[in-house]
Design a protein around this ligand. Sequence first.
Ligand code: SAM
Length: 264
Amino acid sequence: MDGVGNIMIQLSKRLQTIANYITTGTVVADIGSDHALLPVFLVQSQKCPSAIAGELNTGPFQAAQKQINGANLQDKINARQGSGLDVIEPNEVDCITIAGMGGVLITEILTAGLVKGKLEGVKELVLQPNVGEDAVRNWLVQHQWLIVDESILEEDGKIYEIIHAKRAEDAEEQNALLFSGASITLPYDVEIKQALLFRMGPFLIAKNNPVLVKKWKGELKKLEYIMSSLQQSNLDSAKEKYVHAQQELKVMQEVIHWLSMETL
Ligand code: SAM
């Protein structure tokens, strides 16, 4: 219960990890805020003075409104229906969270917002792509957002990655160091090392949490399945794809082995 008798939101491990990254005292916009769980928690726990819950679709938008009203936080959390960053004004928020969407959609939302000036004043991004994490890392690096940390976790049989980025004057230089490839002590060309860092995450590789190895063992299985289908085709394009997949498989096997050895 909070001080006035409202039930406190209990977040999932995934949403709690996102919440932990948010700097205390910041105004947050949670984009794609089905049920507004994160904004309600942030305000209830007094981590954030106020928040915006942005949601495109009517059902989840109504669920967000209901949650905010139920927690009696209408004066501190504003639910707004609209696409992506359209729901905020430039310089209105300090932090944006986008969770539970594909990585490409997250980058499309950020690009559309950037073009409309909606990232003005935003100092911090906490992003949780369900897939396509490499697209998110690429976007951040291309737009000079410094990646400051990453987490990987497993919950209810699913593996999630969370990427925390901040504005920094030296973002370009710091990101260049992060993605230089120096942290991967395998005898690959720098292009292969960089591609691995974008796919797997520079901080996740450095932390080498067992969940990372589990995730990539799962990806390896998916690739083996794709290869077995390609093998049954007589098309030249399938043969070409098979050769490419074979090279990818070899690298993935070696990287998983390397990560497993590093944890010993
Ligand atoms: N962020 C919550 C979480 O992580 O638990 C909800 C994730 S839910 C899977 C994705 C939400 O994003 C849905 O409610 C969907 O309606 C919303 N959504 C999808 N595209 C959107 C967009 N362009 N702008 C705002 N919300 C969007």
